[in-house]
Each structure stands twice: as C-alpha cells, then as structure tokens.
Design a protein around this ligand. Structure first.
Ligand code: F6R
Length: 240
C-alpha cells in the first residue's frame, strides 16, 4: 500500500481528485467506482471545479457505486442515489445511462443483488474510491464478512448506525440493512484509492496497514491488492 499523509483535507482531496482526473483524461471510457459519506466530498468538489474550469469530459465514463441503504427510495434525501447526484453527478457531464447505483428498494432484492453483481463482472472497474468505517468496514462489508464475498444485502453494525446517525434526525431512522458490493468485487478493481481523516479512523487504519489479514477487519483484505493508495490526514495516520 502506498501511504500519503496530508496536513489538511483540502490538499488531500485535491491530490485524490487528481488520480481520478488523470484516469479520466488517460482513458475517457474508464469505469469508476464511487463512494458516499463524508470522506470523498472534498474530492467530488475538486472534480466539479476541474470540470467547470478545464472541461474534463465524463460523457463516456461509466460509474458504479459501492452501496445503498435498504429499504430507502431513491427520492429519499438520505439515499446514496440522492447523495451522488447532489454532490457530484448533477454537476459534471456524466450521462444518466452510464450511472449504476444499486437499488435498496427493489421488490426482489435477491434479483437486484444478482443483477448488480453481474454488471460488476461485465464491467471491470479501473479505479475505486473508498472510505473506511471506524469499525474497518469498506463499502458496507461489516466485520465478519468473508473476503471472497460478492454483492449482498447486509445487516449494518450498531457502530455503523451510530456513526451514520449524524445524517438522520435520530438513530431510529438509520436503516438497519444495506446492499453493498462485496470485498471480492472491490479487490477486482484495478486501482483503489482510500480516503480517511480524523482520529476516529486511526485504529482501523493501523489494523488495515499493519495488522493481520482478518475478517474481523474487512479493510485488511486490501493488503492482498497490489495497487492501493491511502490518502490520510495526520490524525487518521497517528498510529502508523
Ligand atoms: C460509503 C461507504 C462507507 C463509507 C464509510 C466511511 O459508500 O461505503 O464504507 O465510506 O462508512 O464514511 P465517512 O466517510 O462518512 O466517514
């Protein structure tokens, strides 16, 4: 794993965004995996700024998102569908038909899982953006998830629901389940960039980089990938 440590979030976001911009410019038909949550918001702001100022073109870019809450409709303000349009897709020229976000509100979730997984198999991802949970989850692959697991529906950890309660009126409103790419799908990506900031992430970062590869810490599976760049601030990297 390549580790890059930054003094501030702006600089970190700019450098992480440059990895995406480089990819898009080198191969304008790239397939990119996106994440939601607080960590990549600065990166998305940089992509929007670059698109407006330099015209970086996303018309032939295909996207796949990591996960979506179950049982939330697209139109719900807390859906990851809504998050992606608000924070990125509405502000760049990516085509709706090239955007893939798993549905957390399908009548038949087994079929949705199967369909999304098939799409991932048919479209190899050039680059995947990741955050990390304070419990070491990547996507919504919670501790205990097998490292060869593909797309699935998972029950969210209490820790994850508490961490994400900040986006909802109360913890009772935080969904209990989600649909997520599996760790296997993530490991199949050609390149991974993971963003982590703040001391709440420091233990998980330490385990991911220096600990054993274990199902107890899903992010430790990334040790088995040969093209991972970590974008960390001082606090997230304090135990390295
Ligand atoms: C989001 C996702 C999650 C988040 C993680 C960190 O699509 O899959 O793994 O990346 O929960 O969230 P933040 O960035 O809000 O701390």
């Amino acid at each position: 794993m390549e580790i890059r440590i930054f003094n501030n979030y702006e600089e970190l976001s700019k450098c992480a965004a440059n990895e995406i911009i480089k990819q898009v410019k080198t191969n304008p038909t790239s397939t990119i995996g996106f994440a939601t949550g607080s960590s990549p918001i600065g990166l998305y702001k940089c992509l929007i700024k670059d698109h407006k100022e330099n015209g970086t073109d996303y018309t032939e870019i295909r996207s796949f998102n990591l996960d979506e809450y179950y049982d939330i409709e697209k139109s719900n303000p807390q859906s990851y569908f809504n998050f992606m349009y608000e924070n990125l897709f509405s502000h760049i020229n990516i085509r709706n038909k090239n955007i893939n976000i798993p549905s957390g509100h399908s009548k038949d979730m087994n079929e949705e899982v199967y369909k999304y997984n098939q799409l991932l198999k048919e479209n190899s991802l050039d680059i995947q953006i990741l955050g990390i949970g304070s419990n070491g989850h990547i996507g919504f692959n919670e501790p205990g998830t097998k490292h060869d697991q593909e797309t699935h529906v998972i029950e969210l950890d209490q820790q994850t629901r508490e961490d994400n309660a900040r986006f909802f009126n109360s913890i009772d409103e935080v969904p209990t389940h989600a649909i997520t790419m599996g760790i296997k799908n993530i490991l199949d990506t050609k390149k991974i960039i993971l963003i982590a900031t703040g001391k709440k992430k420091a233990e998980a970062i330490k385990g991911m980089v220096n600990g054993a590869i274990t199902e107890d810490l899903p992010a430790s599976a990334l040790q088995n990938h040969d093209n991972v760049i970590l974008f960390l601030d001082k606090e997230a990297s304090r135990y390295l």
